[in-house]
Design a protein around this ligand. Structure first.
Ligand SMILES: [Fe+2]
Ligand SMILES: [Fe+2]
Length: 268
């Protein structure tokens, strides 16, 4: 492909209902963007909610099966299913940010970064859904959490708030909880699942780093202090507390120091 219009392609992905097709189309578009000689980002209004398959049924969190890793495969399947669902949301979130904020004066490197993230989220989803099939299940077999798109809706009109909440709260939270999941999968002797989560963990450090980098870039453009601005936006746009313990080491690898988040923790 010699020409790419990124926003139009992003909308096509958001409007694809099949999870696997959505993920695969995203990977194709990312490859086309990398290879395109003429690139336009454009701007398009993404759907309020992206198209999704009929299953999994979306339920309130308390009705979603618990993800306890025990001796049988059920707990691992529930864990991998929940993670696949998070990754599918992450695919849509990455394409949404590209289309929705394409009208703002952002350097092309911003879009390169988010296309790479979108591509990696597709890879994560596909790895997890293939693993579910090997374990005798599939994505869609269990109910899934309904609340994940809420952060996107809350920050639909504010790129700075989107960056503060999605990569720097939600994806950073992923860095906090993943090492323990990897340990438990290894203890259950599920080495392949542990290997997949290790790859996801490494790439998610990069996603937090990209979010933090562009958050700070935008703050500099607007002459705002990044730490104060982040704390203000998180308290306005993120429902719920920031939960310690934090993986300070993983967060530091993403260039995300505790002076951002430690002051927002309410003492128990
Ligand atoms: Fe991911
Ligand atoms: Fe991510």
């Amino acid at each position: 492909m010699t020409e790419a219009n990124l926003s139009a392609a992003a909308i096509k992905i958001l409007e694809t209902a099949s999870a696997e097709q959505k993920a695969r189309l995203g990977r194709d578009i990312a490859a086309q963007w990398r290879g395109a000689t003429r690139r336009t980002v454009g701007h398009a209004r993404p759907p309020n909610r992206p198209a999704r398959p009929d299953t999994p049924r979306l339920r309130p969190p308390r009705e979603v099966p618990r993800r306890k890793i025990g001796t049988g495969p059920e707990g691992r399947i529930a864990l991998l299913h929940a993670l696949a669902h998070i990754e599918l949301n992450a695919v849509d979130l990455a394409w949404d940010i590209i289309a929705r904020f394409g009208d703002q004066a952002l350097p092309e490197a911003f879009f390169d970064d988010w296309v790479r993230i979108a591509d990696e989220e597709s890879k994560h989803f596909l790895l997890l859904s293939e693993r579910l099939e090997v374990l005798g299940s599939h994505y869609g077999a269990l109910p899934a959490h309904d609340g994940l798109w809420q952060a996107s809706e809350a920050t639909a009109d504010n790129l700075l708030a989107r960056l503060a909440v999605v990569p720097m709260v939600l994806e950073a939270r992923g860095l906090d909880v993943t090492p323990d999941m990897i340990r438990k999968l290894k203890a259950a002797d599920d080495r392949r699942s542990a290997e997949i989560l290790e790859l996801i963990y490494q790439e998610e450090i990069g996603h937090v780093a990209v979010g933090r980098k562009w958050f700070e870039w935008l703050c500099a453009q607007k002459d705002l202090k990044p730490v104060d601005t982040w704390q203000d936006l998180v308290s306005r746009y993120f429902r719920g507390p920031l939960k310690p313990p934090f993986n300070e080491e993983g967060r530091a690898l993403a260039g995300f120091p505790s002076c951002y988040y430690a002051p927002l923790v309410t003492p128990a």
